[in-house]
Each structure stands twice: as structure tokens, then as C-alpha cells.
Design a protein around this ligand. Structure first.
Ligand code: FPP
Ligand code: MG
Length: 317
């Protein structure tokens, strides 16, 4: 069995334990998303970071589930905000249950994650978790403010994704280092690694938005409907000739693409290679992440951090 598979099993067992400890009315809806087979990248980062700095004890999995609980909370809220019908190949929680319960399930998971963090009695862990949640909410709010607008630059897009995705991956890595008592310089280096990995992760996610739902488990071209001006869409707009561009921009601003138009744009984007070109933008951030690794101890976990770079670069779902 691969190290990754082994860790996923251990993390899933720890998540099941968290779910069982939740008040009964929350269990169905929280379990629907929490146990829906995510990649568990964030817990793996926390475990690897803690071990890289010499921590190894039974409490590590309790620490590692914290960023996953926050991640799942953001997904519950995100699918409501995006009106997304599917997630991880299943009906979204707000569709299967309803919007109020999906929001409350996210709130409950955030509270459970804070409770778990507090249980370690290390104030720096709470600071790390709260700043990660704060910056995630800020990034998402920034994104909402820009929705259906085509006036912003790639740099502003990077600001948004650093907030909504980068900060929680940063927090996942930082949490392990703080727990293990790493030096301030090492805590910053592993945090930079996580932030840049997260930016790259979201760039690849935004390229994958145009893949088939059968591959990703999420609606194809959801970003078009949601008015998110991501790199594949920026490239597509540049490619269109004048009258087509005008029509496209009008629909993007109004959010009025039909499902047929969305699937046509998605297949055009794939055929023209704009998803692959957008994926390549992630390389700069993966390189930055890799450079941060040079400042970290040379132990086995470095290999996992390096493999995570390749995983993000090449992932198909
Ligand atoms: C997925 O992006 C969404 C996020 C990475 C962050 C969502 C954050 C919130 C809803 C903010 C508030 C929530 C909490 C609990 C702090 P996406 O919609 O581009 O990706 P997707 O295709 O996976 O939906
Ligand atoms: Mg979404």
C-alpha cells in the first residue's frame, strides 16, 4: 500500500471519529461531504510538516483533521454561493438537504475545528487556524466583489485565489510546523511552500473547470455561469474576434449562458488548449514552493512535499 493511501485511511478514520462526536442532528449532512472521498491533501500536508520537524505521536491525526474540517466547511458554503448542484460526484449538500442546513453544517464544522484546535492548549495553533479562516473568507468575499466583471488583471485574480485557497493550504503546513516546535524561519518557509502550493492548486482547479463532469465530479464550466474571470476565460476572450467577443462579454456580465453555450465554450477551450496554457501558469508558483523547500530539513517528508508539487501540476480531478 502506498504511503498516501495508508495516510488517507488513517485520516478518514480520524474524521469518522470527529463525525461521531458531533451532535446527532448534524451528522447526516456533515457526513455527506466529510466522508465523500476527498483527496485529503491538507491533512497530508499537516502530517508531513509536523514529522519534518520531528513530531510523531498519536495526537498527530487529531491535528491533521483540523484543516480538512475547515476545508469541508468552505465547500458546504461555497456550493451554496455558487449554486453548484454536484460536488465530489454527488449531489451537493444544499441540494440533498437544504440551504439553511448546509450553511449551519459548515458553521458547525468550523466550530468543531476551533474546538479541536483549542484542545491542544497551544495558542499559536489557534492563531494559525483563525487567520487561515479569516483570509479564506476574505478571498472569497474579494471574488464575489469581482463576480461578472472582466475589468481585473491576472494579479488581482492571484490575490483572490491566494486568499480563498492558498491561505488554508498555508495554514495546513504551518499548523504541523508550529505543533512540532519548528524555528520561526522554518515556520515561515513551510508556510510559503503551502501558500504557493495553494495558489497553484487553484490555478489548476480553474483549468479543470472546463473538463468533463465525469472526470472532476463538479459541473463543467461552472465558472462561466458564476461569472469568475479565470485564466482560461481571459484567454478565450482574447482569442474571440470582435462581434463574438462583444456577445460573449455581454453574456458573461449578465450571467446568461445557456447550458449548451457553456458546454460549447468548454469544448472550444479544451480544443484550443487554453486549459493547458492556464495550467502552465501554476508552474511559477510550484517553482516558488519548491524553492522554499531548500530551507527545510532534508528528511523523508521532503519527498512528500515534492510529490505534492507533481500531484498539483498533473492532477486530473
Ligand atoms: C472553491 O472555489 C472555494 C474555496 C476554495 C473557498 C470557499 C470559501 C468560502 C465559501 C468562504 C467562507 C467559508 C468559510 C467556512 C471560511 P471554487 O468555487 O472556484 O471551486 P470549486 O470548483 O471546487 O467549487
Ligand atoms: Mg465553487
Amino acid at each position: 500500500m502506498s504511503v498516501l493511501k495508508y495516510e488517507q485511511i488513517k485520516v478518514n478514520a480520524a474524521l469518522e471519529k470527529e463525525l461521531a462526536a458531533m451532535p446527532a442532528p448534524l451528522r447526516d449532512i456533515v457526513g455527506h461531504v466529510l466522508l465523500a472521498g476527498g483527496k485529503r491533501l491538507r491533512p497530508l500536508m499537516t502530517l508531513s510538516s509536523a514529522r519534518l520537524f520531528g513530531a510523531e505521536d498519536a495526537g498527530l491525526y487529531d491535528l491533521a483533521v483540523i484543516p480538512e474540517m475547515i476545508h469541508v466547511a468552505t465547500l458546504l458554503h461555497d456550493d451554496v454561493l455558487d449554486g453548484a448542484a454536484t460536488r465530489r460526484g454527488r449531489a451537493s449538500a444544499h441540494v440533498l438537504f437544504d440551504v439553511p442546513r448546509a450553511i449551519l453544517a459548515g458553521d458547525a464544522l468550523l466550530a468543531a475545528a476551533s474546538h479541536k484546535t483549542a484542545s491542544f492548549g497551544i495558542p499559536a495553533l489557534l492563531t494559525c487556524v483563525s487567520e487561515s479562516v479569516l483570509m479564506t473568507a476574505s478571498g472569497e468575499t474579494h471574488e464575489i466583489a469581482l463576480q461578472h466583471s472582466m475589468a481585473h488583471s491576472t494579479a488581482e485574480y492571484v490575490d483572490v485565489i491566494a486568499g480563498k485557497t492558498g491561505w488554508l493550504l498555508r495554514g495546513s503546513c504551518r499548523l504541523g510546523a508550529l505543533y512540532a516546535g519548528a524555528s520561526p524561519e522554518q515556520v515561515e518557509a513551510v508556510s510559503d511552500y503551502g501558500l504557493n502550493l495553494g495558489i497553484a492548486f487553484q490555478m489548476v482547479d480553474d483549468a479543470l473547470d472546463f473538463a468533463d463532469e465525469a472526470e472532476t465530479g463538479k459541473p463543467t464550466a461552472g465558472d462561466l455561469e458564476e461569472g469568475k474571470f479565470t485564466p482560461p476565460i481571459m484567454k478565450y476572450v482574447e482569442f474571440l474576434n470582435h462581434p463574438d467577443r462583444e456577445k460573449f462579454c455581454e453574456k458573461f456580465r449578465a450571467g446568461t449562458f445557456t447550458p449548451e453555450e457553456r458546454s460549447k465554450v468548454a469544448s472550444d477551450i479544451r480544443r484550443l488548449g487554453f486549459d493547458a496554457e492556464s495550467r502552465a501558469l501554476a508552474d511559477e508558483y510550484l517553482d516558488r514552493a519548491e524553492r522554499s523547500l531548500e530551507k527545510l530539513p532534508q528528511r523523508f517528508e521532503q519527498k512528500i512535499f515534492r510529490e505534492a508539487l507533481g500531484f498539483v501540476r498533473n492532477r486530473k480531478s
